[in-house]
Design a protein around this ligand. Structure first.
Ligand code: SF4
Ligand code: SF4
Length: 376
């Protein structure tokens, strides 16, 4: 049951979506697990303020459909999220309003968490990060539902159920963690620590409008028409990554999770139910540029450090289109972006290539570049 992954085609965010989610609840035997009065916390991906049609955030209609099923089971729905940037009541209220979550929650009778309280926690089984802070509802819940958006990710390759839980860490502590773990491998290990600690009870992925290319915010919308769910965030990510032509063993957080015994790594280990996977595949899904450095692993060992240095992509600001809003500087863990004459400027000597600036720029003018010689 733990490795069961339910997959379904879903044409849009209309009427049929709630019926599909009900089927997911049937297939994953969720109805009996949510008891009347339970506090059920939903964690969508609201990384930045954007319209649902941009496919950056978990669509409010998707979250609404899940919440309504939770209500049918007798649960009380609380929606919580800590996006990028400062985590304050004013900022999160503005985010819920701009993304359509405020209106949706009012219409459905859900509670939006806006108190922005967090607690420091110790992760007893952590291998990389033993101490961090987590936003309170994710700790004080009876049942946690992770609601990722299916997207590529410039730093870690894939943004699914495991990565989505990084949004349980309060606002500006996220850049701090990028600073502590600037490389993809240790950062992915930290994500494994966090996901294992939080242990979501259920994960349901919104891949109706997915994002390909330079996700999680600067890619292009891809209408995949897929939704998927599992009790295991690891199993769900293995299935979803495979579906869009990514190899799970090349995604550091999934490989690490598998090595620790948290989840599977191969499709053969999954129990796939629902619509046949072959009918949902999108092998031409575009990868994120920054994560396409697999060729280094194929070079002789002695050449790898130099090749890695040359091939590591870097952020570059398109000055003509920069509007000087300062969101990139606010999110930069190294404080290496300043505003000069109304334009953002990066001091590269301190840049750790975390791409938070790329992720948080509302105008999508922070591009990911690599040396022309090694551009893939
Ligand atoms: S977030 Fe984007 S638009 Fe705003 S200052 Fe930075 S680069 Fe310019
Ligand atoms: S400039 Fe961008 S990529 Fe470099 S450290 Fe700052 S946020 Fe990260």
């Amino acid at each position: 049951m733990r490795n069961r992954v339910w997959l379904a085609q879903c044409p849009d965010y209309g009427q049929s979506l709630e019926e599909k989610i009900e089927k997911a609840f049937d297939a994953l035997q969720v109805w009996d697990k949510i008891r009347p009065g339970m506090r059920v916390v939903l964690k969508p991906n609201l990384v930045m303020s954007s319209k649902p049609e941009q496919a950056i955030i978990t669509h409010p209609a998707f979250t609404a459909a899940v919440g309504k099923c939770v209500q049918k089971a007798g649960g009380r729905v609380v929606i919580a999220e800590s996006p990028g940037g400062p985590y304050t009541p004013a900022a999160i209220k503005a985010m819920f309003r701009a993304t359509g979550y405020r209106d949706m929650a009012e219409a459905c009778g859900f509670t939006l968490y806006t108190d922005c309280k967090s607690r420091e926690v110790t992760l007893p089984q952590a291998k990389r990060c033993r101490e961090l802070s987590v936003v309170e509802p994710f700790l004080d819940r009876d049942y946690l539902i992770d609601l990722p958006k299916l997207k590529t990710h410039s730093m870690v390759g894939f943004s699914g159920a495991v990565k989505n839980l990084f949004g349980t860490v309060p606002g500006l502590q996220k850049p701090e963690l990028h600073c502590r773990f600037p490389e993809r491998e240790p950062f992915s290990e930290m994500l494994c620590d966090l996901c294992h600690f939080l242990g979501p009870d259920l994960s349901l992925m919104d891949g109706i409008w997915a994002m390909e290319g330079n996700g999680p915010t600067g890619g292009q919308r891809r209408d995949l028409h897929v939704i998927a769910g599992s009790e295991s965030p690891w199993a769900l990510d293995v299935a979803a990554a495979s579906l869009v032509g990514l190899e799970p063993e090349k995604i550091a957080m999934l490989r690490e999770g598998h090595e620790r015994g948290y989840g599977p790594l191969d499709l053969s280990e999954l129990e796939l139910v629902g619509d046949p996977m072959e009918t949902l595949l999108a092998p031409d899904f575009l990868k994120a540029q920054a994560s396409s450095t697999d060729f280094i692993d194929r070079l002789p060992k002695f050449l790898r450090p130099a090749a890695k240095k040359l091939a590591t992509p870097y952020p570059r600001i398109d000055k003509k289109r920069c509007v000087g809003c300062g969101k990139c500087a606010e999110s930069c863990p190294q404080h290496t972006i300043t505003l000069r004459e109304g334009k953002a400027v990066i001091r590269y000597q301190n840049c750790i290539r975390c791409f938070c600036c790329h992720e948080m720029c509302p105008k999508h003018v922070v591009q990911i570049k690599r040396l022309g010689l090694l551009r893939l």
